[in-house]
Design a protein around this ligand. Structure first.
Ligand code: ATP
Length: 312
């Protein structure tokens, strides 16, 4: 026993040191905004989408720092198979909701359920496998365009990759490139525009074909025409699949046809309903809409003035 206790104590201190350095790594990850404290519970179950992907937040409170809560007692239910939008003033916590759903972070208190299952008890793998995200800024790998799309489903056939690219309206671009599918992108490859990057992200998502779709202002870097075409395309895909889709949006024109719009302010849902219902309510949404319509009006006026100048 005595003989054993020495090495065990020794191991104990090694373990403590190891833990310390792991903690340091955690600090490092935190600095890079990647949270590594979220882990599987002891016997996680795989996510079972028994109701088709109903998402509910029950009194969720969360902050990145303990002294500043971003979501405060937030409750909302996103029905299965519906297209919903989350809108609200800048910084109110819209993207944070998606980060919690993806379990980059865990809520401080409250519960997040998918088809009645607390996401904390679901295996991280099965949770993340069920979700597809088109983020604001799509990370590209220093690799070929084909690889970057295939990342959505590593074992996809070339035909599947090509079809996804076609549905995301990026096929023409790829096929016009001198090196086609083998064109290198990413930091060390060809620079592609923000809009092209987002189309690539959508192709990746279509290939992965997850039951839950999240768009984080997915079409923000696109010009109005491309945005409209792509939105129509996304809408027809959504209709085919009846997947639950959540759009985080700044520009209300891109989401006004949602089944439900949740309006967030100061970390909670202050209004919810369809576009006409929210306009009739005459609250925050109506104000945001009015402000944006004025901006759109100004854009059109400026465009007209430029047009007139050109004509002169
Ligand atoms: P926007 O409309 O401007 O994109 P948002 O409503 O999506 O904003 P979030 O990105 O959810 O807002 O951020 C909510 C708040 O949390 C902001 O004040 C933001 O500065 C803060 N925040 C976001 N990420 C972090 C982080 N990793 N660490 C600390 N604070 C953060």
């Amino acid at each position: 026993v005595f003989q054993l206790s020495v090495p065990l104590n020794f191991l104990g201190s090694v373990y403590r040191e190891l833990r310390q350095s792991l903690l340091d790594m955690e600090t490092l990850f935190n600095l890079q905004k990647v949270n590594v404290t979220v882990k599987d519970v002891a016997h996680p179950r795989p996510l079972a989408l028994t109701k088709g992907g109903e998402i509910s937040f029950e009194n969720v409170t969360f902050g990145y720092h303990p002294d500043r809560m971003i979501l405060r007692n937030l409750s909302m239910t996103i029905p299965a198979g519906k297209k919903v939008a989350i809108v609200g003033p800048s910084g109110c916590g819209k993207s944070t909701i998606l980060r919690l759903l993806f379990r980059f972070y865990d809520a401080e208190s409250g519960r997040i359920l998918i088809d009645g299952q607390n996401i904390k008890e679901i295996s991280l793998d099965s949770l993340r496998q069920s979700i597809g995200v088109v983020p604001q800024d799509t990370p590209l790998f220093n690799n070929t365009i084909e690889h970057n799309i295939r990342y959505g489903k590593i074992d996809a056939s070339f035909e599947e990759v090509r079809h996804a690219a076609q549905r995301a309206r990026i096929l023409d671009l790829v096929e016009r490139l001198p090196n086609g599918w083998n064109t290198m992108v990413g930091e060390r490859g060809m620079m592609i525009s923000g809009g092209e990057k987002q189309r690539l992200a959508i192709a990746r998502l279509l290939l992965k074909d997850p039951p839950l779709l999240f768009f984080d202002e997915a079409t923000s870097a696109l010009d109005t025409h491309t945005e409209q075409t792509l939105l129509q395309n996304i809408n027809s895909i959504l209709k085919e699949r009846a997947s639950t889709s959540v759009f985080v949006a700044h520009r209300l024109r891109t989401i006004y046809d949602s089944d439900i719009i949740f309006v967030l302010s100061e970390g909670r849902v202050v209004e919810q309903g369809t576009h006409p219902e929210l306009l009739a309510l005459g609250g925050l949404y109506a104000d945001l809409w009015a402000a944006q319509e004025v901006l759109v009006g100004q854009d059109l006026t400026i465009e007209r003035e430029l047009e007139e100048e050109r004509e002169i």
